[in-house]
Design a protein around this ligand. Structure first.
Ligand code: CO
Length: 134
């Protein structure tokens, strides 16, 4: 059911330092910071040949990654995103298998203007999973 790894999202306390690390130390192609107020984050996209890494930094008062960074002061992997062809079919299958879909269970428009859902980390090996309709 799941397809390509769309991205790995890493929450970082210092976006400039993280960008420098990926650009200068790791030699990756990185974007300029992209503020996404609707999602409560500023994102730097790291383009890799086969996938993306997204460096997430809190934006605004109610950032969904603020609590994560309080618990993980140096940053850490926040979620991974897999592509699916049909997000509603994927959701229904996962719910039937007993997995918990976060929020009201309805897909939201995500950071790439495509429908996304998040799955409970306790049901997926301790990893917050984002599904994106490709
Ligand atoms: Co994501």
């Amino acid at each position: 059911m799941i397809g390509k790894l769309n991205h790995v999202a890493i929450a970082v306390p210092d976006l400039e330092a993280a960008t420098k690390l990926y650009r200068d130390t790791l030699g990756a192609k990185v974007s300029a910071p992209v503020p996404q107020p609707a999602h409560g984050v500023t994102v730097v996209f790291v383009e890799l040949p086969n996938t993306k890494v997204e460096l997430l930094h809190p934006l605004g008062e109610k950032s969904p990654i603020a609590a994560f960074l309080e618990k993980n002061a140096t940053g850490g992997i926040h979620h991974i995103c897999y592509e699916v062809e049909d997000i509603l079919a994927a959701r229904d299958k996962l719910k039937a298998e007993g997995a918990r879909v976060l929020g009201d269970g309805e897909p939201k428009i995500g950071a790439h203007d495509k429908p996304v859902l998040f799955l409970h980390p306790k049901d997926f090996c301790g990893t917050l999973v984002e599904l994106e309709q490709a």
